[in-house]
Design a protein around this ligand. Sequence first.
Ligand code: ZN
Length: 171
Amino acid sequence: MPVDPTKLEIVNYPHAVLRQKAAAIAAVTPEVLAVAIRMCELMHLAPGVGLAAPQVGLSWRMFVANPTGDPEDDLVFINPVLSEPSRVTEDYEEGCLSLPDIRAEIRRPKAITITAIGFNGKPFSLTSEELPARIWQHETDHLDGVLILDRMSPGDRTALRRKIKALEEEI
Ligand code: ZN
């Protein structure tokens, strides 16, 4: 079924698509690129630093990211694969556009490498030990149905239980 990018909106937890393992994108078609462009728009409007396709209701392995907010820094990652996580981990406060009002410290490897296909249809590889590394890991989690709810400490989950329950009851 063709996707109308103008109709895409951010979906919130506990939408079922956020828990699915997303499928690889078979070909970088104009439709895929139009969706990526719309996702960049939604990311800027939110505003946020990353947005994964499941967050707009599409179970596709793709996300967009922009650590600076400058539209020139928009990047799309199609079929991303993470590798070489550092042994050094770091706690950092994360939010999620599909979990309004919820923020928690999440521990992740500080540095990581990502390989993906970009806007031009070609593979590329990047390594970061700063904010991009954090975004790539958070967004790749979305493609596997993993949310910060699963990675936060039990203490944070308890502290946030009312907000989490409120989201669950909004459906
Ligand atoms: Zn998220």
